[in-house]
Design a protein around this ligand. Structure first.
Ligand SMILES: Cc1cc2nc3c(=O)[nH]c(=O)nc-3n(C[C@H](O)[C@H](O)[C@H](O)COP(=O)(O)OP(=O)(O)OC[C@H]3O[C@@H](n4cnc5c(N)ncnc54)[C@H](O)[C@@H]3O)c2cc1C
Length: 416
């Protein structure tokens, strides 16, 4: 097989698309990213993201060494445990993700990263290949080796391969796989954030000092809480969000019919959340009360519906564009990073003449469907498990977690 000139077009410059662009550029593949946002300055998301050992490994593989070092040096304190608590702050289960005294693996580590900082790192060195204000609206294939992508401003671009990485509402997926549904889970989540100052520290359950915690409460409600604590050296100040500093993020989740927060003003959303938290430990309520209204946002939790294999071509999809999932396990971005690493490997093989374009995409899609849809199913299961509405089922779940907590070999087997 003779080496084919490869030109990769990526629609969407989010976590997955940018990581893929970094990987392809490192491998010497011609790549261009088309992002809908008007400029890099438009990315204002400043919340914490949990990067798993798998996501970290993918970043290590795709980023140039010096950028991976920046990621390591700007990451927050690594989580050492994950806890499940009652709404009265009694421990149900606490699992070590990093045993006391152990140092995290420098590559495959659990990391707490700031989304804004991660995006800035992923954009570094890509100025000449990321084009802003380019909302992809569709494409035309010309056989298996050529594709034209169309943008909302009327312009087009030509390439060999098109990757849809535009998140849950991907235009590429809608055209390529019109039957691939994305549905509501019936659950909503309200996110908020507050600075980790002395007053907030005094409110945090002790479990939060070593990692995130999930509060399981009656009537299908749950609260996720995590801190992000990072010492950013002066040389990396430009990578930190404008409102730099340590902070606490929380997400209050519940059935949509019991938590009517969609399209309500933030003040009303906060009031509704606090009403649902009546009878909870006052410190948990205080976290919500003290959060600035600007940081409080409801999200309708949606999920991709896994589909059967399709015929591969020179157009494919990655990340939330194909396997969006509720954030119950905090793995969506990590799976997008894994896609980026896998696609980088497959497309590099095309560049070197070792695989044909469609064969490479087919191999990527076969593997991606397995782990991507497995993560979708696991995230939906976890969402259901955290939203138990019946009192008997709720009591049984709490008892099961407590029993597991008392049997370290069992919990290590389940959670490691
Ligand atoms: C509250 C919450 C917490 C989460 N926490 C975690 C976590 O801790 N760990 C984790 O792994 N995952 C987490 N996730 C999931 C994670 O955010 C997503 O899975 C991840 O962002 C998906 O990356 P992506 O690159 O596929 O899509 P995105 O990050 O959504 O990027 C898509 C990009 O495409 C652009 N775009 C959109 N439409 C177009 C278009 N038509 N043309 C061109 N560009 C377009 C967008 O502007 C964006 O830049 C969380 C999600 C939520 C909602």
């Amino acid at each position: 097989m003779s080496p084919s000139p490869l030109r990769v077009l990526i629609a969407g410059g989010g976590i997955g698309g940018l990581c893929l662009a970094q990987g392809l550029r490192k491998a010497g593949v011609d790549v261009t990213v088309f992002e809908r946002a008007p400029s890099a300055a438009a990315f204002r998301e400043g919340y914490r993201l949990h990067v798993s050992p798998e996501g970290s490994r993918a970043l290590h593989s795709c980023l140039p060494d010096e950028l991976f070092t920046v990621l390591q040096e700007t990451s927050g304190r690594p989580p050492r445990s994950m806890s499940f608590l009652t709404e009265r702050l009694a421990e149900l289960l606490s699992v070590e993700v990093l045993p006391a005294g152990a140092e995290p693996d420098p590559v495959a580590a659990h990391r707490s990263v700031n989304r804004y900082t991660l995006r800035q790192i992923l954009l570094t060195g890509l100025d000449d290949i990321v084009h802003y204000g380019k909302e992809c609206v569709g494409y035309e294939r010309h056989g298996d080796e050529a594709v034209t992508v169309r943008f909302a401003d009327g312009s087009t671009a030509e390439g060999t391969v098109l990757i849809g990485a535009e998140g849950g509402r991907s235009a590429v997926r809608e055209q390529l796989l019109p039957h691939a549904g994305r549905v509501e889970t019936g659950m909503v989540s309200v996110g908020g954030r507050l600075p980790l100052d002395a007053e907030t520290r005094a409110l945090l359950p002790r479990h939060l000092s070593s990692g995130p915690a999930s509060v399981l409460a009656p009537r299908g409600f749950s609260l996720f809480i995590a801190t992000h604590q990072a010492v950013i050296a002066d040389r990396y100040r430009h990578l930190a969000p404008p409102e730099a500093g340590d902070y606490v993020v929380w997400g209050f989740t519940g059935p949509r019919d019991r938590l009517p927060v969609v399209d309500r003003p933030a003040r009303e959303v906060r009031r509704l959340v606090l009403e649902r938290m009546r009878g909870w430990d006052r410190r948990l309520r205080a976290l919500v009360e003290r959060s600035d209204l600007d940081t409080i946002h409801p999200i309708v939790l949606r999920t991709a519906v896994p589909i059967d294999a399709w015929r591969p071509s020179n157009v494919t999809v990655m990340g939330d564009a194909i396997h969006s999932m509720p954030p119950s396990l905090g793995v969506g971005a990590n799976i997008a990073l894994r896609d980026a690493e896998l696609l980088t490997r497959k497309l590099s093989a095309v560049q070197r003449g070792r695989l044909g374009t469609v064969q490479a995409i087919g191999e990527y899609e076969r593997e991606m469907r397995k782990y991507g849809f497995a993560a979708v199913r696991a995230s939906n299961r976890a969402l259901k498990q955290s939203a138990i509405t019946g009192p008997v089922a709720f009591a049984t779940t709490k008892a099961a977690l407590r029993i597991m907590n008392a049997l370290p070999p069992v919990k290590n087997m389940v959670f490691r």
